[in-house]
Design a protein around this ligand. Structure first.
Ligand SMILES: Nc1ncnc2c1ncn2[C@@H]1O[C@H](COP(=O)(O)OP(=O)(O)OP(=O)(O)O)[C@@H](O)[C@H]1O
Ligand SMILES: [Mg+2]
Length: 389
């Protein structure tokens, strides 16, 4: 059992507030990823959970017990570091045995447990090697194994895959997720890699400047980002964001058609009374498409379709100019200038866009996200652009 409750947890280093009054409950057996850019406080938060760093404020509860000031060995939590922190002069077997030896576990029990963990992590052939005789991936598994021998209630991991090459990282991701399912333990996993967080975690905690921006499932944070920060942190390329103003157009609709307008942007939204306000309009690159397609195949010189008006039933329109097109293999990303901002469009190759040419873009109104211009917080626009609670 390991349910971790974090209440108003803070840590200052002089004038720097590394972790700022974080509230978070991690459920028993959950895989929670702490995700955020460099310096946002992920490691500091994890070190406070592990008992390696005293908080300057707040509490940590483990299954209801206050462990804020408990020493690391009294926490039943195992930490796996990015650097692995293996003992270079000890063999793999001795590295794995170390946490049990220091707890004076009986020798036969140690041998048995080391063999079992080595088997589970495919390390049996390497038990007599030293860390420098192992690959990065094998070292990473030894570090994990050393955490596993104690059967901790929770694993705290700080970027454990960041020293691995891309291919190994992908493979190890799958292994870690499988291991989590098999171990039935709580995982708290620090990463700045959104793909790791999206693929492995049950819930993602997005951090920014020591604070929690959003907590949610991978789907929650991708499909309904709580702020401009989250929207533009996730995705490849991340969500496009454009400044706009919401006004009510009574000429188009007697009930009042709410329209978001910005430089190169017009989007007809809901109908009904809504106060005017400044917003940020967000749209994912993969949701944008060309507003007008030629009915016949367009030759290289005949791009007259670009001048077509927005077709009826197409209430969102962005007018851009293509600045660059990147080939990703199966897909292409076109970077287009719309007003003062660059808007990415991602779709199957070829997009048939030519650098320097105008491009009318559209999407479904449902694919638009609205954020408050002043606070950056998400607005729930079906309810007339009120802040999400
Ligand atoms: N021992 C320390 N003394 C002073 N400042 C520190 C110390 N440790 C961390 N900080 C500061 O606290 C903030 C958070 O650091 P932290 O290491 O938690 O970030 P992080 O999210 O883990 O970043 P990264 O992704 O680069 O590892 C940073 O501004 C960092 O400079
Ligand atoms: Mg860190």
């Amino acid at each position: 059992m390991a349910r971790i409750e974090i209440e108003q947890l803070s840590r200052r280093f002089g004038a720097t507030v590394a972790v700022d009054a974080v509230d978070l409950t991690i459920l028993d057996g959950e895989f929670v990823a702490l995700l955020g850019p460099s310096g946002c406080g992920k490691t500091t938060l994890l070190r406070m959970l592990a008992g390696l760093l005293p908080p300057t404020g707040g509490r940590v509860l483990l299954d209801g017990r206050d462990i804020t000031n408990a020493s690391p060995k009294d926490r039943d939590l195992a930490m796996v570091f990015q650097s692995y922190a293996l003992y270079p002069h000890l063999t793999v077997a001795k590295n794995l045995a170390y946490p049990l030896r220091s707890r004076r576990v009986a020798k036969e029990q140690i041998t048995e447990k080391v063999a079992a963990v080595a088997e589970q992590l495919a390390l049996t052939p390497y038990l007599s090697r030293r860390p420098k005789e192992l690959s990065g991936g094998q070292r990473q598994r030894v570090a994990l194994g050393r955490a596993m021998v104690r059967n901790p209630a929770a694993f705290l991991m700080d970027e454990p895959l960041s020293n691995l090459d891309a291919k190994l990282r992908t493979a190890t991701r799958t292994e870690l997720a499988a291991l989590h399912r098999g171990l039935d333990a709580t995982f708290v996993y620090v990463t700045h890699d959104q793909v790791e967080a999206m693929t492995m975690a049950n819930r993602i905690v997005v951090m920014n400047g020591g604070r929690v921006e959003q907590v949610g499932t991978p789907e929650d944070v991708y499909d309904a980002p709580a702020s401009v920060f989250v929207a533009t942190f996730l995705g490849a390329p991340p969500m496009n964001v454009l400044p706009a103003t919401i006004t009510t157009d009574r000429a188009a609709d007697p009930a009042g058609r709410v329209v978001a307008t910005g430089d190169g942007l017009r989007a007809e939204l809901w109908s009904g009374p809504t106060p005017d306000r400044d917003v940020v309009v967000g749209v994912r690159p993969e949701r944008l498409r060309l507003a007008a397609r030629p009915s016949s195949v367009v030759g290289a010189r005949d791009r007259s379709f670009l001048a077509l008006p927005t077709p009826p039933g197409c209430p969102v329109r962005l007018d851009g100019v293509v600045e660059a097109v990147e080939n990703l293999g199966s897909e292409e990303v076109a970077f287009c200038r719309v007003g003062d901002v660059q808007v990415a469009v991602r779709g199957p190759r070829p997009l048939s866009l030519v650098t320097g040419e105008p491009v009318p873009l559209t999407c479904d109104p449902d694919d638009l996200h609205l954020f408050d211009a002043a606070t950056g917080r998400r607005l729930r626009w079906v309810e007339h652009a009120v802040p999400v609670a």
